[in-house]
Design a protein around this ligand. Structure first.
Ligand code: NAD
Ligand code: IPM
Ligand code: MN
Length: 361
């Protein structure tokens, strides 16, 4: 198979973890006889520095012309004081909107070999395997107006939370479709006791659910959901929710697996190529130190192979290699036990490649 991939390393640890993921992808391509051609492009703070724009047109063009997109992370203290339009994060948000990346899938899988890495008790997280389906192009991230008012613009700040029926329906359908091929259970998370947008969300869920009689579903308020994710994480199968709730709950859920550095994601487009990125950020505190956990990005590549290119076998082999690395006890600092050896980003990547070599097909 011959495919083109847009590669957007971004800022902080972005280039480090993306570098790892590409080394792994090259190895897989060789083993399975595929050709993946990469086109690199700037996004975020590095794009501000180079082009005075967090999402240059050229980057958008490269993405549109590719079969899939890999992204590292954007942002960092260097750019935190810039005007809202110039912020690195704005580049990522614009990219999501422009490419209509409305469905962000964030699987949360607890590896048996990492049961000791989570702050939660092993018996609580054993067997945890759910997916957060986060709406990614609507809600308070994009609603208008978004402004400051008053003298000196420091008297009043306004953000707006809107959802159309269409936006809700397409993400909820995605959740039900996923439940059909998983364990058949949807938990829709909202704040319908307070928010009008959540009340519309609930109505849409009820209507959509009627089309999926084989899937059971429930509504859960987001504050309760935040608690239940810790109390009984193995209870969940598919969690479908709006943009900001999904952002927050997924960082929380990452600690069930042991680290934020473990969670991959796929941002599926309604119209064109989709984007694959770890859920974590640019981790300025460890950037440039070869300490970042590359597994979230490597697992995002497995999602890319499966969802974008239909390469199920390749994705399975890569997931197995990641699992084998964890079983071998090689861990970056975020996962390592106190007093135990901490592997570098490069060493973990080497291990994944070594395991791929073992799982010869
Ligand atoms: P963060 O996710 O970058 O880091 C939070 C903590 O987790 C840090 O201590 C960091 O060292 C650790 N961490 C994150 N990824 C790790 C990995 N792969 N391996 C080991 N440790 C890891 O969140 P933050 O510090 O709140 O934000 C830093 C910057 O990243 C901000 O500018 C923020 O806007 C941006 N950000 C970008 C994205 C994205 O590009 N998708 C996502 C989240 C945050
Ligand atoms: C994420 C990040 C982004 C978000 C930021 C950087 C805009 O936290 O991808 O989870 O909030 O969506
Ligand atoms: Mn986030």
């Amino acid at each position: 198979m011959k495919k083109t991939i847009a590669v957007l390393p971004g800022d902080g640890i972005g280039p480090e973890v993306v570098g790892s993921a590409l080394r792994v992808l090259d190895q897989l391509a060789e083993q399975f006889n595929h050709q993946f051609d990469y086109t690199f492009a700037d996004i975020g703070g590095c794009a501000v520095d180079q082009h005075e724009n967090p999402l240059p047109d050229q980057t958008l063009d490269v993405c549109r012309q590719s079969d899939a997109i890999i992204l590292g992370a954007v942002g960092g203290p260097k750019w935190d004081q810039l005007a809202p339009e110039m912020r690195p994060e704005k580049g990522l948000l614009k990219l999501r909107k422009e490419l209509q990346l409305f469905a962000n899938l964030r699987p949360v899988t607890c590896f048996e070999s990492l049961l000791d890495a989570s702050p939660l008790k092993p018996e609580r997280i054993k067997g945890v395997d759910f997916i957060i389906v986060r709406e990614l192009t609507g809600g308070i991230y994009f609603g208008e107006p978004r402004e400051r008012k008053g003298e000196g613009s420091d008297e009043l700040a306004i953000d707006t939370l809107t959802y159309t029926r269409h936006e809700i329906e397409r993400i909820v359908r995605k959740g039900f479709e996923l439940a059909q091929v998983r364990r058949g259970k949807v938990t829709s998370v909202d704040k319908a006791n307070v928010l009008e947008s959540s009340r519309l969300w609930r109505e849409v869920v009820e209507r959509v659910a009627a089309d999926y009689p084989d899937v059971s579903y429930e509504h859960m308020l987001v504050d309760n959901a935040a608690m239940q994710l810790i109390r009984q994480p193995a209870y969940f199968d598919v969690v479908v929710t709006e943009n900001m709730f999904g952002d927050i709950l997924s960082d929380e859920a990452s600690m069930l697996t042991g680290s934020l550095g473990m969670l991959p994601s796929a941002s599926l487009s309604a119209v064109g190529p989709s984007l694959y990125e770890p859920i974590h950020g640019s981790a300025p505190d460890i950037a440039g130190t070869n300490k970042a956990n590359p597994l979230a990005t490597i697992s995002s590549v497995a999602m890319l192979l499966k969802y974008e290119f239909g390469l199920e076998e390749e994705a399975r082999v890569l997931d197995e290699a990641v699992s084998a690395v964890l079983e071998s006890g090689v861990r970056t600092a975020d996962l390592a036990k106190e007093g135990e050896a901490q592997a570098s980003t490069d060493e973990v990547t080497d291990e994944v490649i070594k395991q791929l070599n073992h799982i010869r097909v």
